[in-house]
Design a binder for this molecule. Structure first.
Ligand SMILES: Cc1cc2nc3c(=O)[nH]c(=O)nc-3n(C[C@H](O)[C@H](O)[C@H](O)COP(=O)(O)O)c2cc1C
Length: 173
């Protein structure tokens, strides 16, 4: 598969817009590849490096894989696609099934990281975690905390922020 290099300065706004409909965060460890839909995140510059920041709830299988192998890819859909993929990857856990196989997704070997990209969603970021931060619910405004963390901090529901350095970025052709 061919890859055309891109930069976040040229494609960042499209990526952020795509997050509104769901992007695909893929992780891989111990021979298991897993992908989940994400709606929260951003791209930008931090510490002089291009970064992609994602927010993964403690309870996700993705979180387990990401902590075991701190690299990830994010794929952004371009145009319409099979909504079963969205349904499976956005609601089922990789603990219970091989979502890549069940969804019929096609992993494409990463060029710089150990985690594959997804052929079905051509716009690809390859990232290596620079920084991992657990949330301090006490610092989140009460109205937001009540909506997103109604259990008040059991741990399982809180998001972990992963700041990934974008070490490669391209469109699969
Ligand atoms: C539109 C949409 C956006 C989502 N965004 C996030 C997100 O940013 N962070 C998160 O932890 N879960 C998010 N989810 C939920 C996960 O995709 C879902 O719980 C998934 O089944 C987790 O899979 P895993 O257990 O294999 O990691 C989102 C789901 C949908 C449908």
């Amino acid at each position: 598969m061919n890859r055309d290099n891109i930069s976040i300065s040229d494609h960042g706004s499209e990526m952020i817009a795509a997050l509104g409909k769901g992007a695909y965060l893929t992780t891989c460890s111990g021979g298991k590849v897993n992908t989940m839909v994400i709606g929260w995140g951003t791209v930008g510059i931090l510490w002089g490096k291009p970064v992609c920041i994602v927010y993964v709830r403690e309870s996700r299988f993705t979180r387990e894989l990401l902590d075991a192998n701190p690299e990830f890819t994010v794929n952004f859909p371009a145009g319409s696609y099979d909504k079963n993929i969205f349904q499976i990857c956005g609601s089922k856990s990789g603990r219970d099934m091989d979502k890549i196989a069940v969804s019929g997704l096609t992993p494409v070997e990463g060029r710089t990281v150990s985690v594959p990209a997804l052929a079905e969603f051509p716009v690809t970021l390859e990232c290596r975690v620079l920084y991992r931060r657990e949330q301090d619910l006490g610092l989140i405004p009460g109205k937001i905390r009540d909506v997103f963390y109604p259990d008040g901090g059991s741990g399982a529901d809180e998001h972990i922020e992963y700041i990934g350095e974008i070490v490669d970025s391209y469109i699969l052709r």
